[in-house]
Design a binder for this molecule. Structure first.
Ligand SMILES: Cc1ncc(COP(=O)(O)O)c(C=O)c1O
Length: 485
């Protein structure tokens, strides 16, 4: 029986069919090493097709080492194919299954729990923490900028860009940060990255060795903790109160930490603004013990009861703060653009560490974002969104008070796009959140933000993507769920 047959009606090209048939025959050992293969002329004539597809298939099989050709002996199945070659069957094009043998993976990759066990992470809808008011995004302006830049693309746009990010965007961000966030910086210190998440990864790789101790806020931002853990750090959970990170507690517990990770403008998730005295205490500690401070300034543009709080970095006179910002909250998370403000003497280190990760950020959206900021759309959008989120926030708080009374502690609503609520200590917030997810409510359990003892059970409720009109009904659903558990 011929090994190779072709079907002219099949969607695959003839050369592909011939290639596949020989490959399968070799892999499942219907053809043996060293066995002779018909000449291209013979096979083409046997199959009643032109010689070109046969030549193409043979060339591919020769290039991949399935065939070899010897002068005077024609074409044969390669004699150097290993004996234990994978047994092939009709499942060759399906993903391979693990059959036997050790499958070693890194220990650090097993440090984090599987993501599949957190149903509240998957949602799109009411109370989702990382969600913004998507429907209010200025789509028309954004797409006209996309069109503009698509039309002006040329050969140069296809080249690798600056590993620090586009110079024009960095200059634009530096101007914005100096005026709006009180950050002391110039464009040379700014590195454009894929959201704060990559900022944390680059920073951790530059600053930490396996075993480095890092203070983290407790409760705090889990995705930051995960980055530090994956880089071999030892986490030191430091409690937060209404003044932010308890610096004295950290000093007492582990003074020699390499760094502290903080969100001073709007502590995540409890919402405190770090007081001036704590800021100075933290900077003093960093200065005296040679430590770094990583400042996560993720949503402070949205402040409702006062002016935005200037950054901690702006108070630092000793270049000890690595400042991280993101466009995920002020614009939208799928943009995946954020930035690091790096102390000048570390810029070169950051660049060396970043290049092996991804060489540099993609260029296209950086150009769009630059124009979006420069032409005033960015500040207009922030102004509009601040009003909108303020309405959503006050409605959420009013509805919670109305439906759940004053027994429920509501914290952290002065800024950003989430509030945290606490429930009875005997409740199981993860179990409730899993049930809520089945009903389309995305409650992030507060307990997941704790590293040390879980001192509160509750939920982090995003209000960014829930309209004022929908809010009462969603809160009633939340109340019913709480009452039924
Ligand atoms: C505390 C905190 N920092 C940063 C971010 C933003 O992360 P990214 O810029 O990687 O989207 C979030 C998003 O929800 C956050 O909650």
């Amino acid at each position: 029986m011929p090994i190779v047959g072709v079907d002219r009606k099949a969607p695959q090209a003839l050369h592909q069919q011939i290639y596949d048939a020989y490959r399968v025959a070799i892999l499942n050992r219907s053809l043996r090493a060293g066995q002779r293969i018909p000449s291209t002329r013979t096979l083409a004539s046997d199959l009643g097709i032109s010689r070109i597809p046969v030549l193409n298939a043979y060339a591919q099989l020769l290039a991949e080492g399935y065939f070899e050709s010897r002068v005077g002996a024609g074409t044969c199945v390669s004699s150097s194919l290993p004996d234990q070659i994978a047994r092939a069957d009709s499942s060759l094009r399906k993903p391979a299954k693990a059959r036997s043998g050790p499958r070693p993976i890194s220990r650090r990759s097993t440090l984090l729990p599987p993501m599949g066990t957190a149903p509240w992470m998957r949602g799109w809808g009411a109370f989702g923490v990382s969600q913004v008011a998507y429907e209010h995004f200025p789509f028309k302006i954004w797409s006209s900028l996309i069109n503009r830049h698509a039309r002006s693309m040329g050969p140069k746009s296809l080249d690798y860009g600056d590993p620090m990010g586009s110079k024009e965007l960095r200059e634009t961000i530096a101007t914005y940060l100096r005026t709006a966030r009180g950050v002391r910086c110039n464009a040379q210190q700014i590195m454009i990255v894929s959201g704060s998440q990559q900022a944390l990864e680059v920073t951790a790789r530059v600053l930490f060795d396996p075993g480095s101790h890092v203070w983290v806020e407790d409760p705090g931002y889990r995705f930051a903790r995960d980055v530090f853990l994956m880089n071999g750090c030892k986490l030191v959970p430091v409690p937060v109160d209404y003044e932010g990170l308890n610096v004295a507690w950290g000093i007492k517990r582990y003074r020699k930490a390499r760094a502290a990770f903080v969100s001073p403008s709007h502590q995540y998730p409890l919402g405190a603004t770090m007081s001036a005295s704590r800021r100075l205490q933290l900077l003093d500690w960093a200065q005296n013990s040679g430590a770094w401070i990583i400042e996560d300034d993720y949503d402070s543009e949205y402040r409702y009861e006062s002016m935005p709080i200037p950054s901690l970095q702006g108070l630092d006179s000793n270049a000890r703060v690595i400042y991280i910002g993101t466009f995920s909250k002020v614009l939208f998370p799928s943009l995946r653009l954020g930035y690091i403000v790096i102390p000048s003497d570390l810029v070169d280190r950051f660049m060396s560490v970043r290049i092996p990760m991804d060489i540099g950020p993609p260029d296209f959206h950086q150009r769009i974002l630059t124009d979006f900021i420069k032409e005033g759309h960015f500040s207009r959008h922030i102004r509009r969104m601040r009003l909108l989120y303020n309405e959503r926030r006050t409605t959420l708080i009013e509805c919670l008070r109305e439906e759940l009374g004053f027994a429920m502690d509501i914290v952290g609503g002065q800024a950003g796009m989430h509030v945290s609520v606490t429930v009875s200590k005997t409740a199981n917030d993860r179990k409730i959140a899993a049930q809520a997810a089945e009903q389309g409510l995305w409650l992030l359990p507060l307990s997941t933000s704790y590293l040390g003892d879980v001192s509160r059970q509750g939920f982090i409720l995003g209000f960014g993507s829930t309209s004022v009109k929908e809010m009462p009904q969603k809160v009633r659903k939340f109340r019913d769920l709480l009452n039924s558990t």
